[in-house]
Design a protein around this ligand. Structure first.
Ligand code: SF4
Ligand code: SF4
Length: 199
């Protein structure tokens, strides 16, 4: 150590005293994340509200931290939660284990599972950090209806999956007809639109 080194050290301290603080004022000020930041997961829905998850468990198998638990079950004509044969009856992600690596969303064949930018996942309760399906499911948007209900976007799975994404939804066609003096009320009630439109 040279004779001047302590003074150089104090020089760094002294010059830093006049710099703008870099402290993040969290949680009062929340910094915006990068658009592709890996945060809390979300289970997505089709435009009629049915769930995209088909309970295949591929996400659970892909997870290196064993953080996902899935139990699938069969849909029936009377009780349908997804357009496939099966749906995810139980779905849990344990955020005590999750390392937010994103391998699960890569493994998902239906794009049911994606990740949001939400990063506030700390808690002082182990139970509260095991997120259930109800917590992970995307909110119902305009035109969606809470499952179980029939497939509103087509009679068959082919119709359902190959429909033009730009095409108006059945209940939108109904409201257009109403605007032109048609039978919108019939359409809306037939498809259940408008009964629950919570976000
Ligand atoms: S992000 Fe990674 S660790 Fe977290 S649940 Fe998905 S695969 Fe598992
Ligand atoms: S989220 Fe995707 S990979 Fe996981 S069970 Fe559902 S459909 Fe399968």
């Amino acid at each position: 150590m040279g004779i001047l080194d302590p003074y150089k050290g104090f020089g760094v301290t002294f010059s830093t005293m006049f710099k703008k603080p870099t402290t993040e004022q969290y949680p009062e000020y929340k910094k915006e994340t990068a658009p592709r930041f890996h945060g809390r997961h979300q289970l997505n829905r089709h435009p009629d509200g049915l769930e995209k998850c088909v309970g295949c468990e591929l996400c659970a198998w892909a997870c290196p931290a064993d953080a996902i638990y899935v139990e699938g079950a069969d849909n029936t004509d009377e009780e349908r939660y997804s357009p496939g044969e099966r749906y995810g009856r139980v779905y849990q992600i344990n955020y005590l284990r999750c390392i937010l690596c994103g391998l699960c969303i890569e493994a998902c064949p239906t794009r049911a599972l994606t990740m949001s930018n939400e990063y506030e996942l700390a808690d002082d309760s182990r139970e509260d950090l095991i997120f259930t399906k109800e917590q992970l499911l995307a909110p119902l948007r305009e035109g969606m209806q809470q499952p179980p209900h029939p497939m509103f976007l087509g009679e068959s799975e082919t119709d359902y999956y190959t429909r033009d994404p730009e095409a108006p939804l059945p209940w939108q066609v109904g409201s257009e007809a109403q605007a032109g003096g048609g039978t919108a009320a019939d359409e809306a009630s037939a498809h259940g639109a408008g009964s629950e439109r919570a976000r």
